[in-house]
Design a protein around this ligand. Structure first.
Ligand code: GRF
Length: 218
């Protein structure tokens, strides 16, 4: 029996290249999903243009304080009732009530190999630390920032001469591949959060699933 399309809401603040990846993957038949709504806290977010072009409804919600922001976002999400909420570059921190209401239904894309470098400026911090690798993670959202159980990661090497810009340029396309891979698991209803752990096919993921660009790279 074919699974029904996974309904997802996507929260953005910026260019929305991850949102575009989902829209394209659906159009090409690579992901069986339905982006039911997009929320942005910035009216000028480039990502809204992707929603517009694809005929996806969107809301701009930008309240002064976190409580009002979360309240309005929660109300909007209740209305669309998506199975999964994807924070794809949404630059506002969510309060505990919002996270609790959608517990297990919200994932975040973060540009670091969590648990390293929670928060902002991950590229700068990786370069300053002299790390040999960088990457991106997709994790379930819990009340603590960038702290929920990690489902999947993608790794890239840090090359001599790398800058924040060059690292970001190489990581972006890999992050999109990670998003597709993780969303394939969600559309097949193979992954959940149970008791604060990521679970795949009924088994706890003790390590995140890892994608890499080069089989020779550890
Ligand atoms: C991504 O790098 C993601 O890891 C981070 O914000 C960025 C969003 O990019 N949380 P885009 O708006 O999807 O292009």
């Amino acid at each position: 029996m074919k699974a029904s399309p996974l309904s997802v809401a996507v929260l953005i603040s910026g260019t929305g290249s991850n949102l575009k990846t989902l829209i394209d993957a659906k159009a090409e038949g690579r992901l069986v999903l339905d982006v039911c709504h997009v929320i942005s806290n910035r009216e000028q977010a480039g990502g809204l243009e992707h929603a517009r072009r694809a005929g996806i409804s969107f809301s701009v919600i930008n309240a002064q304080d976190r409580k009002s922001q979360d309240g309005a976002v929660a109300e909007c999400l209740r209305q669309f009732n998506p199975e999964l909420i994807i924070l794809a570059g949404y630059m506002r921190i969510l309060g505990a009530d919002l996270v609790a209401e959608f517990n297990g239904r919200m994932i975040n894309l973060h540009p670091s190999l969590l648990p390293k470098y929670r928060g902002l400026n991950t590229y700068r911090r990786v370069l300053e630390a002299g790390d040999v690798r960088h990457g991106a993670s997709i994790h379930f959202v819990t009340a603590a920032l960038d702290d929920g159980p990690v489902i999947g990661q993608v790794r890239i090497p840090v090359l001599p001469g790398d800058t924040q810009t060059s690292l970001a340029a190489r990581l972006g396309p890999m992050e999109h591949r990670l998003l597709i891979a993780v969303l394939e698991l969600f559309t097949a209803r193979r992954v959940q959060m149970r008791h604060g752990k990521a679970v795949l096919d009924g088994n706890v993921l003790f390590q995140p699933l890892v994608l890499g660009e080069d089989p020779g790279f550890d």
